[in-house]
Design a protein around this ligand. Structure first.
Ligand SMILES: NC(=O)c1ccc[n+]([C@@H]2O[C@H](COP(=O)([O-])OP(=O)(O)OC[C@H]3O[C@@H](n4cnc5c(N)ncnc54)[C@H](O)[C@@H]3O)[C@@H](O)[C@H]2O)c1
Length: 340
């Protein structure tokens, strides 16, 4: 079975390629020109095509003659790029890949799109648990480009009968990204980002000044691990997914006939509280543990009930297990994933 994986040098793409190769897939990977992670892709020992996925001809050509496409390539932070570039990379490229598959004449057996639970707008202060049928209301360009890609996939299924599957991931971490989590600069980035370009702050405009004051005090201890709760003492909840669960779930969806035409939330085991996660990280690393009271709550999640019932998806990696693997990696022990 010939498979195209876009974004093959990425957090998910590299691990997915390795697993799929082990299952007998003949992998073709798309790598961005001047990709700083190109070495990671090269070490996979698969066919590689170098192209900017926003180049329509190159994306079409990459999609020709494969049996399945797992479309992981995307630009996640917008950075200073214009919104139109995000649209080209994250949305228009999806259409080019589908067009390439159609034009090649070889019947495509599956197109799997990596989307995000950000399409629901999880940046709310209420304890929502999103289902696949929940309204999708993106509040940033990235999530918008992903929702548009979802619609493109579904339209190509209606118009041409292409068998598509949509996976909505959330906050994926690889082994080398775990022990540094929950530091003040990360929290601050998050707040700053919402305030840049006169965006409407994600968690409610009324808390901006208070939040900035808390952050400036917190940043004095840059290596702190932050156990965040709201003003009523309700701990924030950490929605995080181990890359190994994402890979396992993606392969289940790719190989299940029941996944055709469906969207699935694909997140980790139930979230832990920031308090518990921070304690684990502080104990594992010796970083100072700081209790932080924020004027709002965070922790909206997505239920995986549909993926569990339909695909047998069973995410294994609790935050405790993620920390254990990260410590093993730090000790130089062999681990079962490719670091990011
Ligand atoms: N990481 C997360 O927390 C998360 C959460 C929800 C959804 N997703 C989605 O899952 C997918 C995989 O995520 P990831 O964490 O592996 O991302 P990543 O950033 O590690 O990998 C993205 C890949 O896309 C490639 N890419 C970016 N721009 C490109 C371009 N113009 N042309 C060709 N290739 C390009 C990068 O080189 C990289 O290989 C993405 O589509 C992402 O939007 C990720």
């Amino acid at each position: 079975m010939k498979a195209l994986i876009t974004g093959i040098s990425g957090r998910v793409g590299a691990n997915l390629a390795r697993q799929m190769k082990g299952r007998g897939y003949d992998i073709r990977g798309l790598v961005m020109p001047d990709d700083p992670q190109a070495g990671k892709a090269a070490r996979l020992g698969v066919e590689l095509i170098e192209a900017d996925i926003a180049d329509a001809d190159a994306a079409r050509a990459a999609a020709a003659g494969v049996d399945v496409i797992v479309h992981q390539g995307a630009q996640i932070p917008q950075g200073t790029d214009p919104a139109e570039r995000m649209l080209d990379v994250n949305t228009r490229a999806t259409m080019s890949l589908l067009e390439g598959a159609l034009a090649s004449g070889a019947p495509l057996k599956r197109f799997v799109l990596a989307s995000t639970y950000q399409t629901y707008n999880p940046f709310v202060t209420s304890p929502v648990s999103f289902e696949e049928a929940s309204p999708q209301k993106p509040i940033d360009i990235y999530a918008l480009t992903k929702l548009l890609s979802e619609e493109i996939c579904l339209c190509y299924m209606r118009e041409y009968g292409l068998p598509v599957t949509i996976l909505r991931y959330s906050s994926i971490k690889a082994v080398n990204e775990v022990l540094g989590m929950l530091h003040p600069a990360w929290l601050n980035y998050f707040i700053e980002m919402t305030l840049s370009r006169n965006r409407i702050p994600w968690f409610g405009a009324e808390h901006v000044e208070e939040t900035k004051a808390i952050m400036s005090e917190l940043l004095a201890t840059p290596d702190a691990v932050c156990a965040v709760s709201d003003a009523d003492g309700r701990p924030w909840e950490l929605v995080v997914t181990d890359v190994r669960d994402v890979v396992d779930g993606t392969i289940l969806a790719l190989e299940s006939e029941r996944a055709i035409g469906e969207a699935f939330n694909m997140t980790g085991p139930p979230p832990v509280t920031y308090a518990r996660a921070a304690r684990l990280l502080a104990d594992a690393t010796g970083r100072p543990y700081r209790e932080v009271s924020m004027p709002f709550w965070r922790g909206a999640k997505a239920t995986t009930d549909k993926a569990r019932a339909t695909l047998g998806y069973d995410p294994q990696y609790s935050f405790d297990k993620m920390v254990q693997t990260a410590l093993a990696y730090q000790r130089g022990e062999p681990i079962d994933q490719i670091p990011n």
